[in-house]
Design a protein around this ligand. Structure first.
Ligand code: GSH
Length: 219
């Protein structure tokens, strides 16, 4: 399986952002095939042959097709050269998996509503300000729990960055972008962690070009 892998994705997608961050950290070479989420391309018949639920990212390597960002991140971590971002000890691995699971279950759906309110209301079902406040309350609970899980560690699951940091970082990027992140600064440890993550080269190199949204974000 020596062929270059292919990432089907939409750069602004937070999940695709995570995958690109890890590929950058690994220094991996790969093909990119854009699939425009806002234009509805993931739901096309062609894309559904790759992902029956019409989502990105999809990662193809040789005969292997991987769906689900957590699985893609694990595969990239385990298969490509470069440092590992999966902690060796089981306690930190559990903390990493827990952070990723919490973000998937309680973070991502809220992020879509909050960002959608500001940038793509039709795509996210025209949330009201009251909906956004409710989602931000949920995100406050999530980040509080993530910081509790982090404890005194520098990163979400230990002293070194793990898959969890790359998984959660895009959510924080977007909350900051739309001016909804100030309330999280009061959560003990949150800001110190977030400023640390922002220095990671893979994260910085993967900040999406949002010019189609009329935005320009510096790394
Ligand atoms: N559980 C999936 C979620 C993927 C997902 O929700 N992707 C969004 C973009 S961030 C998407 O493709 N949305 C297209 C749509 O719903 O039309 C994963 O971990 O990869």
């Amino acid at each position: 399986m020596s062929d270059l892998p292919t990432l089907y994705g939409y750069d602004p997608s937070s999940y695709v952002f995570s995958v690109r961050s890890l590929l950058e950290e690994k220094g991996a070479d790969y093909h990119r095939i854009p699939v425009d989420v806002i234009a509805g391309e993931p739901r096309s018949e062609a894309h559904r042959r790759l992902h029956p639920f019409g989502k990105v990212p999809v990662f193809v390597h040789g005969d292997l097709r991987i769906l689900e960002t957590a699985a893609i991140l694990r595969y990239i971590n385990d298969t490509f050269e470069g440092p590992s971002f999966v902690p060796e000890n089981p306690v930190d691995r559990a903390r990493m998996d827990m952070a990723m699971g919490l973000h998937d279950s309680y973070g991502y759906p809220a992020i879509v509503r909050v960002i959608g309110y500001h940038r793509f209301p039709a795509y996210s079902g025209h949330p009201t300000r009251a909906d956004v406040e409710q989602e931000l309350d949920g995100l406050h609970t999530l980040f509080t729990e993530l910081m509790r899980n982090r404890g005194d560690s520098a990163f979400l699951a230990g002293e070194r960055p793990s898959l969890a940091d790359f998984f959660v970082a895009p959510a924080c990027f977007y909350l900051e972008l739309v001016g909804e992140s100030t309330r999280f600064a009061e959560i003990p440890g949150f800001d110190a962690w977030w400023q640390r993550v922002k220095t990671l080269p893979g994260y910085r190199a993967s900040i999406p070009d949002l010019s189609e949204w009329g935005e320009r974000v510096e790394a």
